[in-house]
Design a protein around this ligand. Structure first.
Ligand SMILES: [Zn+2]
Length: 193
């Protein structure tokens, strides 16, 4: 996928010495632009923050939403968006990390262990731990944004259902906009005698 400055500049770190707050970096002058690590970490933090919010909500607060699926059938289905998001967050992370990184991800991000406990449990030093945390944030930030056909980030697209970016090739049968119901509401009426 192509990363654009309009997307990265809003979430980059203004004091970043690598991208000067631009969010994009080029290896050569005419080379392809790729996102700075500060942007990838910012994406991860946004997704992780939403995961914590979903996980901390009381069970009865989780809403069931009626969603219109695109395509020629245009069926409607019920979905639990919060639970779907939490499952996607965990499964995508597990698939994208190696064994060592996933252990740190699980202990530190999912179970809430601090760096001292993680270092003692995994028998690693502080530097190794924080290097691994940065690596995990950067890798998952990229994966969450570049996931196809539907990414976890931007979160408003995931939860809102309005897909703004163009779909990749091979997904031409899927409509980019969710179909809206065209039927009008006809409440039952009866003449009062
Ligand atoms: Zn940067």
């Amino acid at each position: 996928m192509q990363w654009s400055r309009s997307e990265t500049i809003a979430i980059s770190k203004t004091s970043c010495t690598l991208c000067q707050g631009d969010g994009l970096r080029r290896t050569t002058r005419s080379g392809e632009a790729h996102p700075c690590n500060c942007v990838l970490r910012s994406i991860f933090r946004a997704c992780f923050s939403r995961f914590r919010y979903c996980a901390s909500k009381e069970k009865y607060m989780s809403r069931i939403t009626l969603e219109y699926s695109s395509g020629k059938d245009q069926k409607r289905s019920y979905a639990r968006r919060d639970e779907d998001y939490m499952a996607d967050f965990c499964l995508v992370s597990k698939r994208s990390l190696d064994d060592f990184e996933y252990k740190i991800f699980r202990y530190h991000f999912l179970l809430g262990a601090d760096w001292k406990l993680c270092c003692r449990q995994l028998k690693i030093d502080r530097g190794t731990f924080f290097h691994a945390v940065y690596r995990i944030q950067q890798r998952l930030g990229r994966v969450f944004r570049e996931l196809e056909p539907f990414s976890l980030y931007p979160l408003n697209e995931y939860f809102g259902g309005v897909i703004q970016k163009s779909l990749p090739e091979g997904w031409s049968m899927v409509s980019a906009q969710p179909a809206r119901s065209k039927s009008t509401l006809h409440p039952p009426l009866r003449r009062i005698a």
